[in-house]
Design a protein around this ligand. Structure first.
Ligand code: NAI
Ligand code: 15L
Length: 274
């Protein structure tokens, strides 16, 4: 039976990083049933707290002491903050690589036992679109961004093996109001399905470090989630309802990475700084 917020006690305090971002703004609202208080954090300005069930904290993830203060008093962390597209390595280093270390180290010091990590399909982006992979397929990062998420997943494994901090790493496909192109017909994750997946990731016991692909119930998919079956994630939305609109767009050329690789255009970004 699927557990719902109504059958599970809310957490006392959840931390959401990346709260000013596209997904953060959605989750600010949809995560409310799961906590008495949500601490919302970002480096960018956020709307003020709407009531005493919200705490708004500006924090740079690359600042270790600030992240340490940010994590004090929280019961679980949803780590969505960071650079979310491909950039030069130096731009990704502080927010994503140092940032994920700061989050786990603060979790250890404050006794936080559960992290949900917003990983990405770009951890495996160099697989081709005619391949089906699972959570144990070797990673094939398609970018410095994808490498930073791959590092975050290794950080999660290490902090579980060494300190028993559990993580669900969600390799999110494309979570937007609707799929924007043909590739996203396979990778799309609706906001409602993302929220259901987060609920499962927060409440499922004994997850160790579980890697799950974040996609809706799309018709043509590249990712097999059987290793994450204990989460009981059962997406309800599908990209099929957008097919006609998406297929009205011109077909990319046969040699376009958007048509070849699971990671699409990220596979052709860079080089930087030449
Ligand atoms: P976004 O770029 O809209 O939000 C990321 C937030 O992180 C921004 O508000 C930004 O200000 C903040 N941030 C950047 N550097 C920071 C720093 N040094 N300290 C503190 N905060 C910092 O991205 P979106 O789409 O909301 O994604 C959220 C998370 O989910 C990201 O980690 C992204 O990599 C991941 N993800 C999202 C996907 C999607 O389809 N939306 C797909 C795969 C992964
Ligand atoms: C991601 O990891 C990005 O954060 C998001 O902006 C999209 O580009 C998404 O992947 C995608 O692959 O569509």
């Amino acid at each position: 039976m699927t557990t719902t917020a109504s059958t599970r006690a809310p957490f006392n305090r959840l931390l959401l990083t990346g709260a000013a971002g596209g997904l953060g703004k959605v989750l600010r609202d949809s995560l409310r049933p799961y906590a008495h208080v949500i601490r919302l954090s970002d480096i960018a300005p956020m709307a003020p707290a709407i009531d005493d069930r919200e705490e708004v904290v500006v924090c740079d993830l690359s600042d270790k002491q600030a992240v340490h203060r940010l994590v004090e008093g929280v019961d679980a962390i949803l780590h969505f903050g960071g650079v979310s597209t491909e950039h030069a390595f130096e731009e990704i280093l502080g927010a994503n690589i140092c940032g994920v270390f700061h989050i786990y180290e603060a979790a250890r010091r404050h006794g936080v036992k559960r992290v949900i990590f917003a990983s990405s399909n770009h951890v495996i982006g160099f697989y081709k679109q005619d391949e089906v992979i699972d959570a144990r397929s070797p990673r094939r990062p398609d970018s410095y961004y994808g490498l930073s998420k791959s590092y975050g997943e290794d950080m999660a494994t290490f902090y579980f093996d060494r300190y028993g901090i559990e993580t669900v790493s969600i390799r999110i496909g494309s979570s937007f109001p609707e799929p924007q192109n043909r590739r996203m017909m396979s990778t799309w994750l609706s906001y409602d399905d993302l929220t259901q997946l987060l609920e499962r990731a927060l409440y499922t016991p004994d997850v160790g470090h579980t890697v799950v692909y974040g996609m809706s119930d799309n018709k043509d998919v590249w990712w097999d989630n059987h290793f994450a079956s204990r989460l009981g994630f059962s997406p309800r939305d599908t990209s099929e309802v957008f097919r006609e609109k998406v297929e009205a767009q011109p077909l990319p050329a046969a040699d376009d990475p958007a048509r070849i690789y699971q990671g699409g255009a990220f596979c052709a970004a860079g080089p930087f700084g030449d």
